[in-house]
Design a protein around this ligand. Structure first.
Ligand code: F6P
Length: 322
């Protein structure tokens, strides 16, 4: 069956580069003589029919913008069989032959369910956390890391002036990739991630004391959101080392801002690939990066994959951030 009409939506937490992915889907779709429909606010827009026809100019001037022009949401209603049916009915009513879903693994579970309801879907990993099991890379990760790095560089200035310790929480609920990479890039004395249980004495206090002996007077400790507890940690560090300590939670600042070159390029490649998959009559697929190349997997298979933590990079951090 020739695919004549596709829809695109963003779902879950937003990520810089989502706009670049939308743009690629719209332009590649139109290039393939498809009609492209934009869906507002994720699966909620499919349920309620909040959609609009897109053309080449609908996506002008967005490649450099953070956020998502389609808005995004987490949809409790879509998590019910009735919600999925309503969304599938909207697609049939609009004559939509396939849907591109840009989001995280919750959004891919939705894409799998909608495919099962008869509407072929393709997922594009869009989340700052880099926590999608099947992909080495998710759109938004590079921008978020660079934002976190820039913010911590600023904290370093003031920590250095006051001989303080800055304990900084970066995003990442289940995945320490932002923490690990930012930690390396800012020369953090300790990096605490959800993948590796930590020991306060060994992983924080002893490392600080060791570097104090070599003359170090200011410190940065990077903590992933999934580990949390930065206020308590700062107090404990101050108590045990005598170094005045401050906690900072970077929060949603990491989700905004103009996407980096890498995010724009990967988003463009992934958007193009998603349209190719639908054009070839396939659904229930997710686009991913493997060994630096764009690939795609069956969604069910992808959701069962295990994400590996970069232990080597972590070991390097332990060795050189002293
Ligand atoms: O998944 C991306 C993310 O930013 C996580 O790092 C964070 O835990 C979560 O979203 C925050 O979600 P919300 O936008 O609902 O506060």
């Amino acid at each position: 069956m020739a695919v004549k009409s596709i829809a695109v939506l963003t779902s879950g937490g937003d990520a810089p580069g989502m706009n670049a992915a939308i743009r690629a889907v719209v332009r590649a779709g139109i290039n393939n003589e498809m009609r492209v429909i934009g869906v507002r606010r994720g699966y909620n827009g499919l349920i309620s029919g909040d959609v609009f026809e897109m053309n080449l100019r609908s996506v002008s001037d967005i490649i450099h913008r953070g956020g998502t022009m389609l808005f995004t949401a987490r949809s409790p209603e879509f998590n019910t069989p009735a919600g999925v049916q309503k969304a599938a009915d909207t697609c049939r009513r609009l004559g939509v032959d396939g849907v591109v879903v840009i989001g995280g693994d919750g959004s891919f579970r939705g894409a799998r369910d909608l495919t099962a309801a008869g509407i072929p879907c393709v997922g594009i990993p869009g989340t700052i956390d880099n926590d999608i099991q099947c992909s080495e890379y998710t759109v938004g990760f590079d921008t978020a890391m660079n934002t976190a790095m820039e913010m911590v560089d600023r904290l370093r200035d003031t920590s250095q002036s006051h001989d303080r310790c800055s304990v900084v929480e970066v995003m990442g609920r289940r995945c320490g990739d932002i923490a690990l990479n930012t930690g390396i890039a800012v020369g953090a004395t300790s990096i605490l991630v959800p993948e590796i249980p930590y020991d306060l004495q060994r992983d924080v206090i002893d490392r600080m004391r060791f570097t104090q002996k070599t003359g170090k007077k200011h410190f940065i400790i990077i903590v992933a959101e999934g580990v949390g507890g930065v206020e308590e940690l700062a107090k404990e560090i101050q108590k045990q080392t005598g170094v005045e300590s401050r906690a900072t939670v970077l929060g949603h600042v990491q989700r905004g801002g103009s996407p980096t070159l890498r995010d724009r390029v990967v988003a463009s490649e992934m958007g193009n690939r998603a349209v190719d998959i639908l054009k070839n009559g396939m659904g229930n697929r997710v686009v991913a990066v493997k060994d630096g190349r764009i690939v795609d997997y069956d969604i069910t298979e992808a959701l069962n994959m295990k994400k590996t933590f970069n232990k080597e990079l972590y070991e390097i951090a332990l060795k050189i951030s002293i």
